[in-house]
Design a protein around this ligand. Structure first.
Ligand code: ADP
Length: 457
């Protein structure tokens, strides 16, 4: 029986001959074996071809991958043989040197340094340390424009399979950019520091300006009337002198003349005026003293020795003091525990409470039925006092300035703007804090928190 096979293409495209076309007289079994062997060989060949193509594709892919990595490297990369002849470069190196790949290939790496000193250094370095490699060697590379680009180089030896040195892989990072970035960073840092200092300085100057303006404003009034009174007294003293001289010289025998002089010099008016003038001067001097006292307390010049006391009593006392000068329409309610043990200065804390009550009184003065609720709470470690009035509350723009010295919204003569800033200082020196806010249902709220006096363990 003759096996009927379709014609098969061979690798070169020709067709496999039909057995009958081959040798006559060879028996069919042999032919079948030959054909099977040829089939196997043909299949193997096909598989090799497919594998080859796959390997080729993988190789091309990894070539492209490596090329893309080399192209996107910002650092420079040079591969050279053991004598320094360049074998491979990346695009960054081409950019920095301004030469293309074919020009660079085969060139000695030493010729690419900017000066002889760098070349010699690179050569001796290459010769002596070639087996170990080196890190961060800074040498100038000749740039495209003929200038020098400082580069920090790393040299890594390239070894053969048997461990023999076959060349060097040189990578490098131009440090000019780094240096410039570092310089810019330092400059920015310096600028920032200067701006901060200026800000601090102008902030200081602004508070100093406010302080000076406030002191000037406050002292101006009492001092001007002390001065006015002193000038009047000086004039009066001249007239009194003239009159007394006349009394002295003429004696008692010229009473009518003295009477005339007395009325001419308005001695009686002077005598009447003397007492209020002196009172005014005393008042002016006292107000000046109070302002100075306030300033001293503000700057914490006079600290009192700490003592143990009950803050609840201090609050009640402060309320009584303010109530003396308050209209009957103003009511203060207190909800305080019997004991609010504190350690510090009762006098200073009384000043704080009086100031808060006084402020509530002034804030509610324009409305009928001003009220203030002072509630106290004793915690394990802290004690809290809350002052809530039913006044108009604190305007948003004032909230951030309440504790600034001389910040006041009151008319001249009614407020110094020192009360809350002094209170703030006192509370802080007692280890506590004071915060102001507006109550959601209206009115201002001042919360005072102080560390309670704990019984000795
Ligand atoms: P002064 O009372 O002399 O103005 P303070 O430092 O005691 O100084 O107060 C500063 C400002 O805080 C006041 O002028 C006022 O505007 C505001 N203030 C204080 N307490 C209250 C309050 N209970 N309600 C509304 N505003 C207040």
């Amino acid at each position: 029986m003759t096996a009927k096979r379709p014609a098969r293409p061979l690798l070169d495209g020709s067709l496999l001959p039909e057995p009958a076309q081959l040798l006559e007289g060879v028996n069919e079994k042999v032919w079948i074996e030959v054909i099977q062997k040829m089939d196997e060989v043909y299949n193997d060949l096909l598989q090799y071809e497919v594998a080859l193509e796959q390997n080729n594709a993988a190789l091309e892919e990894s070539h492209r991958f490596i090329a893309s990595i080399l192209a996107s490297m910002s650092d420079i990369l040079v591969v050279c043989d053991r004598h320094g002849a360049i074998e491979e470069v990346n695009p960054a190196f081409q950019r920095y040197t301004g030469r293309d790949e074919p020009t660079l290939k085969g060139t000695s790496i030493f010729d690419l340094f900017a000066d002889d000193k760098a070349r010699d250094k690179a050569r001796s370095f290459f010769a002596s340390q070639s087996h170990d490699g080196a890190q961060d060697v800074e040498l100038p590379l000749q740039a495209e424009d003929g200038g020098a680009v400082p580069v920090s180089f790393n040299w890594t030896p390239r070894l053969s399979g048997t461990g023999k040195l076959i060349g060097m892989v040189v990578t490098g990072r131009p440090v000019g950019e780094l240096r410039r970035a570092y310089r810019e960073l330092r400059q920015t840092h310096e600028d920032l520091k200067r701006t901060q200092q200026q800000l601090l300085h102008s902030e200081k100057m602004a508070s100093l300006g406010r302080l000076v303006a406030g002191v000037a404003h406050e002292l101006n009034n009492p001092i001007s009337f002390v001065l006015g009174n002193v000038l009047a007294l000086k004039r009066y003293a001249g007239r009194l002198e003239t009159y007394l001289e006349a009394v002295h010289n003429r004696g008692c025998d010229c009473i009518p003349e003295l009477e005339e002089l007395r009325s001419e010099l308005r001695i009686d008016r002077i005598l009447e005026d003397m007492s209020p003038l002196i009172d005014g001067m005393i008042e002016g001097a006292e107000r000046t003293r109070d302002i100075v006292d306030g300033l001293k307390r503000f700057s914490a010049l006079d600290r009192e020795a700490a003592e143990r006391f009950n803050l609840a009593e201090v609050v009640q006392r402060a309320v009584r003091w303010v109530a003396k000068s308050a209209p009957p329409s103003f009511t203060v309610h207190t909800e305080l525990p019997a004991e609010l043990p504190l350690r510090g200065s009762p006098g200073q804390l009384q000043q704080v409470v009086m100031n808060l009550v006084q402020n509530a009184l002034q804030a509610t003065a324009a409305q009928p039925g001003g009220e203030l609720l002072i509630s106290g709470e004793l915690g394990d470690r802290e004690l809290r006092l809350t002052f809530h009035d039913n006044g108009p509350g604190i305007p948003d723009e004032a909230l951030g300035h309440l504790f600034d010295p001389f910040f006041t919204t009151k008319p001249v003569g009614e407020g110094t703007g020192l009360g809350l800033s002094i209170s703030y200082g006192i509370v802080e020196r007692h280890g506590g804090r004071i915060v102001a806010s507006n109550h959601p249902e209206g009115g201002a709220v001042f919360r005072l928190t102080l560390p309670r006096d704990l019984p000795a363990a």
